[in-house]
Design a protein around this ligand. Structure first.
Ligand code: SF4
Length: 272
């Protein structure tokens, strides 16, 4: 991919109707490939080296070691972001190389900014719409997320936070989703890249299902529309909001239609 194209893609990313996020905030970056869906990680292979070349990330950022970007640990940086905000999208915050202290530092800022918004909402003049900003975390390291969130929020995860687990196939769904179900708060399943059929029958107790195909490389593993259809039908049968990011294999010309329509559903209170 040429750098110009990648730059344009990133500028457009948050305007992309196939993206569930309005914006993201990445005070920590970095990851290590972990399972099948990581083979062609968009961040490690594309954005990280490009951002290092541009000087937006330190040259010390490498695969396998998390990097904290001090200047981004600033509540003011998060205050500017509204809608649905991805927290630590450029990596996996629950990767074992990210310390508990660092995760807590990130969530301390999320909690502070979210509470400020709640206080502002409480003071807003009659008739003025509230700020409904949500903060979204998702991980492949589901067990650590569930353990961490239980310890941090023993009364339940605050309603401004949503916890997601990313799965690629049935084996990984069966491994990770039981941990997602332990999270007491908004729970969502992120099936991306979908690499095989997934039966979610045992995991209906979630609030949102998001699904997307693998895109962008010349060795892309294509999604069978029937796999997406089965998950969509499961969501419909269980009255769960379903967001289909895309089903095609190109991120230049994304294919978002399934059975003659797009599926852009969000849980109540999530406004992009
Ligand atoms: S967990 Fe996500 S960020 Fe980490 S290597 Fe895999 S795809 Fe990339």
């Amino acid at each position: 991919m040429c750098l110009f194209y990648l730059a344009k893609e990133i500028q457009l990313a948050k305007k992309n109707p196939g993206d569930i996020l309005t914006s993201d905030w990445n005070p920590v970056v970095g990851c290590l490939r972990y399972s099948a869906g990581c083979r062609d990680c968009w961040w490690l292979d594309g954005i990280m080296p490009w951002q290092v070349r541009l000087g937006n990330l330190p040259s010390t950022v490498t695969e396998g070691m998390p990097t904290e970007i001090e200047a981004r640990f600033d509540p003011a940086k998060l205050r500017t972001k509204k809608g649905i905000v991805g927290v630590v999208q450029h990596g996996d915050i629950f990767w074992d190389k990210v310390t508990d202290a660092t995760i807590a530092r990130v969530l301390d800022i999320v909690d502070q900014v979210a509470r400020e918004r709640e206080e502002k909402n409480a003071r807003r003049p009659a008739g003025r719409l509230p700020d409904t900003t949500k903060y979204v975390l998702w991980t492949k390291r589901a067990e650590r997320m569930a353990d961490f969130m239980e310890r941090r929020y023993p009364q339940g995860v605050p309603s401004y936070l949503a916890c997601g687990v990313s799965v690629e196939n049935q084996m990984l769904a069966d491994d990770r989703l039981p941990h997602l179900l332990r999270v007491r708060g908004y729970r969502f399943v992120m099936i991306e890249p979908m690499l095989g059929p997934i039966d979610l029958s045992a995991y209906a107790d979630v609030h949102w299902i998001v699904l997307g195909s693998e895109t962008g490389t010349d060795r892309v593993r294509p999604l069978e529309p029937e796999w997406a259809r089965q998950v969509r039908d499961f969501a419909l049968a269980h009255h769960l909001p379903f967001f289909l990011k895309q089903v095609g294999s190109s991120h230049k010309n994304s294919v978002r239609m399934l059975d003659d329509r797009t599926w852009d559903e969000f849980p109540p209170g999530f406004v992009k």
